[in-house]
Design a protein around this ligand. Structure first.
Ligand SMILES: NC(=O)c1ccc[n+]([C@@H]2O[C@H](COP(=O)([O-])OP(=O)(O)OC[C@H]3O[C@@H](n4cnc5c(N)ncnc54)[C@H](OP(=O)(O)O)[C@@H]3O)[C@@H](O)[C@H]2O)c1
Length: 205
């Protein structure tokens, strides 16, 4: 059972990698920075995970990454647009490229990690790209496809520091403690949701 996780070093991706390795799946991650991925995986004791250099904006790299996979998870994210990275390129066209290349490779199951409120008609470029991403994947992938829309959890250092400072600013030490509890609660919920979805969507029944 070979599973390719595009974005497998991210907040969500690395949790999923750990979960699937524990299920004895053959796991590959596809990211733009394979050296960083390799180091992070080694540090986490996950040396058996294969790393591909792939960018969802580059079709050939995606073709190589998904070859031979039973399931593909697209957990790539772009939260800000900068230097050639646009929401449209990653969340719409990139999602379509992953879906098309998965079809060409005969992949049975595809999981698109999308965003809450994804809406192809939204005025927000981010929400619109997420909505259009879901649409193009639905059109491109005829097999079993799941769309995951997770509640937000503070996964990045910046988010965590911002949440704690905001709590401190608004509520003093009590607000700071509340922010920690809220952060913990959200992360727990995030992990529970991932645990619940993973067997059904990624692993064969
Ligand atoms: N974190 C949350 O609270 C949360 C909540 C709801 C939904 N989500 C969704 O979960 C998904 C993953 O989010 P995350 O927070 O885990 O993201 P993240 O921590 O920012 O990680 C992003 C991952 O995508 C890879 N990546 C970025 N651009 C890429 C590209 N063009 N081609 C290939 N790989 C690329 C990154 O590795 P490289 O930089 O090496 O390429 C990294 O592995 C997103 O769809 C996000 O909307 C997250």
């Amino acid at each position: 059972m070979k599973i390719v996780i595009a974005g497998g070093t991210g907040f969500l991706g690395r949790r999923l990698v750990r979960r699937l390795v524990a299920e004895r799946a053959t796991v590959c991650v596809a990211v733009r920075h394979p050296e960083q991925a390799q180091n992070a995986l080694r540090a986490a004791g996950l040396d058996g995970v294969t790393v591909f250099r792939a960018d969802v904006r580059d079709q050939a790299s995606v073709t190589a990454a998904v070859a031979g996979a039973d399931a593909v998870v697209n957990a790539v994210s772009a939260y800000v647009e900068k230097s050639g990275v646009t929401f449209e390129a990653v969340h719409e066209h990139g999602a379509e490229t992953v879906a098309r290349e998965a079809v060409a490779a005969g992949v049975a199951r595809l999981i698109l990690v999308s965003g809450i409120g994804a809406d192809p008609g939204s005025g927000s470029p981010y929400i619109r790209a997420r909505g259009r991403g879901e649409l193009v994947v639905r059109q491109a992938f005829p097999g079993e496809v799941s769309y995951w829309r997770f509640p937000w959890a503070p996964g990045h250092h910046f988010d965590i520091v911002a949440a704690l400072l905001l709590g401190l600013f608004l509520g003093g030490f009590g607000g700071f403690l509340s922010a920690i509890q809220e952060w913990d609660r959200r992360e727990t919920k995030f992990n529970e949701t991932l645990d619940e979805l993973t067997p059904k969507a990624v692993l064969p029944s």
